[in-house]
Design a protein around this ligand. Structure first.
Ligand code: ZN
Length: 263
């Protein structure tokens, strides 16, 4: 019976994935160029203390997906989570912020009303801390079905999943691909492989992780691996943008008449 449960879960996952990849799309054409965004989900204090300075010293900024309910908590996997002072420090340094629901809820198991209420609560949490320009959302656990995608699409935020790969050509702003640096996803090695592919062709690589440190959780990475990744980007002609910046550019280029129309 356990096997049957496992297989029906797998079939359910596949159906959700196919439906989400097919419907409720918000398509944008990627501009020419090579872009990388660095994201942090949840987020642990170690990411602010160790990774933010690594980005800032290169003149780069990251996108931080905040679930307000995790403020000041200690997570069994990630250790200490962000505090108000961390949000303030990042905000002052010009980083970008995204929504991740308030209580880090699984959107696939949540009613449309709950998802909506969670986003409103998180928006209020961020606004109370001077953060009013949120333009993207990351599905907690990467969990999404068509109903959740539909509800979130109304908010007009760029929606980020956890399916690895490069965003290139015509992309779905309601289901952006992103490469997690976690162990079960090939870690930094996979991100480096995608980076090599990006060097050869236009596209947008979104990289996310959680904690950073000498003994990271399975969903985090070490400082040396992260540093290696940043060095590889630095040595290339790839432009580092926050998700918010890229979303703005996509909307601007969609609003402009094409060259043929302008001629
Ligand atoms: Zn998360």
């Amino acid at each position: 019976m356990a096997d049957l449960g496992y297989f029906s879960q797998k079939i359910g996952d596949t159906i959700d994935r196919v439906l989400c990849e097919t419907f409720e799309k918000r398509e944008f054409k990627m501009p020419q160029g090579r872009y990388v965004s660095f994201c942090f989900d949840d987020f642990p204090k170690s990411a602010v203390e160790l990774a933010a300075p690594m980005l800032e010293s290169r003149g780069w900024r990251g996108t931080w997906y905040v679930a307000g309910g995790l403020l000041g908590q200690t997570d069994p996997n990630y250790g200490k989570m962000f505090e108000d002072s961390d949000l303030e420090r990042l905000r002052r340094a010009g980083h970008d912020f995204g929504c991740h629901t308030f209580d880090h809820v699984d959107c696939r198991d949540s009613s449309p009303e709950l998802i909506e209420a969670q986003c409103i609560k998180n928006t209020e949490f961020l606004a109370a801390r001077g953060i009013n320009d949120v333009s993207s959302f990351a599905y907690p656990f990467g969990a999404v079905n068509l109903s959740a995608k539909r509800v979130l699409a109304h908010a007009e935020l760029a929606l980020r999943g956890v399916k690895p790969g490069l965003n290139r050509g015509t992309i779905d702003l309601n289901m952006l691909k992103a490469c997690g640096l976690q162990e079960n996803n090939g870690g930094v090695r996979r991100a480096m492989d995608d980076l090599e592919a990006l060097k050869r062709n236009s596209g947008w690589q979104i990289i996310f992780t959680h904690d950073i440190g000498p003994s990271p959780s399975p969903w985090g990475t070490t400082q040396s691996d992260y540093s290696q990744l940043l060095q590889a980007v630095e040595a290339s002609d790839i432009e580092v943008v926050t998700v918010g910046e890229m979303v703005q550019r996509l909307k601007q280029s969609a609003a402009m008449p094409s060259q043929a129309e302008a001629a």
